[in-house]
Design a protein around this ligand. Structure first.
Ligand SMILES: [Zn+2]
Length: 246
């Protein structure tokens, strides 16, 4: 259906509305940078190191919403490519075989979008890395066990309460993650509470959660030397290890 819609609808850029869509060169440039480490502020307990590519906002927000909410399938490739670069940083050199576990979308999101679009992007990124010889395997290990509210209007404490206990390991997926090295993936990191809860559930299932990989990170105030206002740790800060762990 998405491919059909792409054929019949004018391909405006989801980032800026330019006729050179679905992602114009200028907007796609925002997704083409190198992966970097980021950290939400405040940082939830248990959050693994988080890699990302872009600051969330402007064209990046438009491109992500275009793919997730409007089914613009032509954006799958650049979004998958960005997530693949983020995954490579999160995985690190010499990590060996890694299991890639997407943070599950809620049932309501899946019904509205017709699919778990984060899984779709993750699958694309994993295919790209496997084609390059990397030992990565996608496992949809997590599922929602109760409904969660839309976190957009919630405060920090309510966001945590919203997700704690909401996830579990899927039936039959335990042996696929137990004793394995896992990298979590999500399209976007905001407060980090969903990634932290996903990590907690996987650790309880005897997985080693190495890091998380995202396409974009929400902006936050700079509050430490060497930290860019975009919310991404500077190279110097990263070399000191700042921002990698809570
Ligand atoms: Zn554009």
């Amino acid at each position: 259906m998405r491919a059909l819609l792409d054929l019949v609808l004018p391909a405006r850029c989801a980032g800026c509305g330019d006729p050179a869509g679905p992602g114009c060169p200028g907007c796609l440039r925002a997704l083409s940078g190198p992966a970097r480490w980021t950290r939400p502020d405040p940082c939830p307990a248990g959050l693994p190191p988080v890699a990302t590519v872009a600051a969330y906002g402007g064209p990046v927000r438009g491109l992500l919403i275009g793919y997730k909410e409007h089914g613009v399938s032509g954006l799958a490739r650049p979004l998958g490519g960005a997530l693949a670069r983020s995954l490579l940083l999160a995985r690190g050199p010499g990590a060996g075989a890694v299991v890639v576990v997407p943070v599950p979308s809620s049932g309501r999101q899946c019904r509205r979008r017709g699919a778990d679009v984060v899984v779709e992007i993750a699958a694309r990124a994993v295919r790209e890395l496997r084609a390059l010889g990397h030992r990565v395997q996608l496992v949809r290990a997590l599922r929602h066990v109760r409904a969660v509210a839309d976190s957009a209007g919630l405060g920090a404490h309510a966001r945590v309460a919203n997700v704690v206990g909401a996830l579990a390991v899927r039936r039959g997926a335990g042996p696929l993650v137990a004793g394995r090295t896992v990298v979590l993936v999500d399209d976007l990191v905001t407060t980090g509470v969903s990634l932290a809860e996903s990590a907690r559930v996987l650790r309880a299932a005897s997985a080693t959660v190495l890091a998380a990989a995202t396409i974009a990170a929400t902006t936050r105030r700079a509050h430490a030397p060497g930290v860019a206002a975009a919310g991404l740790g500077s190279p110097a800060a990263q070399q000191r290890g700042w921002g990698l762990r809570c």
